[in-house]
Design a protein around this ligand. Structure first.
Ligand code: HEM
Length: 513
């Protein structure tokens, strides 16, 4: 009789497995790993980096997996066909964002472009950004900012390369300063890093704010899935977020006020803003405010500015750093890119953005970098607003959708030899016509609106730095390619160091910049 009690836990366990299995089948939910633990569900499966851990889960359970992350149901998708189903047939249903704390605090209570749910407000913000802010016309109008900024960067690298005996450059900060200055000048007509920075105190403040924002988000993600952790030592996270948001908001308030004053006094913040022809994005929005003050409130403008600044600078910088890391490890590819530039542009003038359309191999390098290191490996989380079907499975309303773009890009069934950095695979690639096998910018309604700008910024920087300099690894060892973790950004853990020296035929031109 006593031994019967010993069998109880085993019996319970077997019944649990059977009921889990049949309940799942009955509900027609996608496959789900066993077990889902009390409170944390499947969070125990999350190793670092998240995209790699989730790729392992998909390799075992299939391209569509149903998970429970703490209190939230999650659909993990990692095949081109399932991703396509989410972003075509079910696109409107998944065009929402979950109510994460980042959206509450940094997204102005879910009213920002990146965090608001699908609806009229989001459509309006998206329309303004596509037409007024990130349109081809606006990107072209502000091209002088990008060429000016690349000149600053080239000049600095040239100085380092001739002045220091070691000519070693820390690429991460150089690249970040470049992309940040590009976006901040397009938005506010102001640079915050490097030469001719008008107000270095302000620049330092924004750097602090960005750092605080990025360090708070992962802690907030824990609370997003495990709200009870508030009572287990994480109660201060929300206070910290409020504090950071206040700083972000005040920073933008000051910028807008300054812009207004300069506008009324007739003196614009930077030389390239001439007679309304090359308006900064902030000016465009302040003009719209005059016509519709109820909609274009100061808060809406601050909100949009902060989204663009954050979404536009880190992502492009991370991509450029990865591209250089691979080029230093594959010098034959680097030489091939330089040969293309020499062939189409020559060495008598610097690359101009209008050359980029001819530089197909440079585009292949960028694509290959985005394939291997999509800046947002799991895209940005979506949320289903109603029940739908994916790959014939039922997905309940209120499910968080994670599309593992990194997983799709690294799947040997989708890409041959996926771990090899091989830009030639993109020769003749037909983009969206090939479905969702390459989705670094997402797809569908919530796909990235800054894709075109990103290719201009990254293409110009990569092309110019390859045209002007010879690049080498700082030592013989191979480059550390470890990836950082996070739901929304996958930077390189070790900042890239590179040896850089001017290409002999470019020295004259470089000394004149
Ligand atoms: C290499 C560069 C970039 C990459 C890889 C990238 C990638 C992405 C991804 C994956 C998303 C989420 C898509 C989804 O929800 O499924 C996104 C959203 C977004 N991106 Fe980008 N992005 C880049 C550059 C930019 C730039 C330059 C800007 C603008 C200055 C920008 C602005 C945005 C905005 C505003 C959203 C939110 C859109 C929405 O929720 O409706 N991005 N981006």
């Amino acid at each position: 009789m006593d031994s019967l009690y010993l069998y109880f836990p085993v019996l319970f366990f077997v019944l649990y497995i059977i009921s889990h299995h049949f309940l799942h089948k009955l509900q027609n939910l996608p496959p789900s790993p066993f077990p889902a633990l009390p409170f944390i569900g499947h969070l125990y499966l999350l190793g670092k980096p998240f995209h790699r851990a989730l790729f392992k889960v998909s390799s075992r359970y299939g391209p569509v997996v149903f998970l429970q992350f703490g209190s939230r149901p999650v659909l993990l998708v990692s095949s081109p066909s399932a991703a396509e189903e989410c972003f075509t047939k079910n696109d409107i249903i998944f065009a929402n964002r979950p109510d994460f704390l980042s959206g509450k605090y940094f997204g102005y209570n879910f009213t920002s472009l990146a965090w608001s749910s699908y609806g009229e407000h989001w459509r309006n913000l998206r329309r303004i950004s596509s037409l007024e802010v990130l349109s081809s016309y606006r990107i072209q109008t502000l091209s002088s900012i990008r060429s000016d900024e690349i000149n600053y960067l080239i000049r600095r690298l040239f100085r380092v390369s001739i002045e220091s005996s070691e000519n070693i450059v820390e690429m991460k900060s150089s690249i970040f300063n470049f992309t940040f200055n590009v976006i901040s000048r397009m938005i506010a007509g102001k640079r915050y890093h490097g030469e001719k920075v008008e107000n270095s105190k302000e620049a330092k403040l924004f750097q602090e704010i960005s750092k605080d924002t990025l360090t708070t988000v992962p802690k907030a993600n824990i609370l997003d899935f495990l709200p009870f952790m508030r009572w287990c030592g994480l109660h201060s996270v929300e206070e910290k977020m409020m504090e950071v948001q206040e700083k972000r908001d005040n920073f933008m308030k000051k910028e807008i006020e300054e812009h207004r004053q300069l506008k009324t006094s007739g003196s614009f913040p930077s030389a390239e803003v001439v007679a309304g022809k090359k308006k900064t994005i902030m000016e465009v929005l302040l003009d719209l405010q005059k016509t519709d003050p109820e909609y274009y409130t100061d808060e809406t403008i601050r909100n949009l500015m902060l989204v663009l600044l954050q979404a536009g600078s880190d992502t492009s910088a991370v991509t450029l750093e990865w591209a250089f890391s691979h080029l230093l490890d594959n010098l034959e590819i680097l030489k091939k890119a330089q040969a293309e530039i020499d062939n189409h542009v020559g060495q008598d003038r610097l690359i101009d953005e209008s050359d980029l359309a001819q530089l197909h191999y440079i585009r292949c390098i960028i694509n290959e970098t985005l394939r291997m290191h999509p800046a947002a490996p799991l895209l940005v989380p979506h949320l289903s607003s109603e029940e739908c079907n994916v790959a014939s499975y039922r997905v309940p309303r209120g499910t968080v959708l994670l599309v593992n773009a990194w997983g799709i890009h690294h799947d040997p069934k989708v890409w041959e030899d996926p771990e090899k950095f091989y830009p030639d695979r993109f020769i003749g690639f037909e983009g969206i016509k090939e479905g969702c096998k390459f989705i670094p910018f997402g797809s569908g309604r919530r796909g990235c609106p800054g894709e075109n700008l990103a290719f201009h910024v990254i293409g110009l920087a990569l092309g110019s730095l390859l045209q002007c300099f010879e690049w080498e690894k700082p030592n013989r060892g191979s480059i550390d390619m470890s990836e950082g973790t996070g739901f929304t950004l996958s930077p390189k853990v070790q900042p890239l160091l590179a040896k850089c020296s001017p290409r002999p035929n470019m020295v004259k031109l470089l000394s004149e910049i």
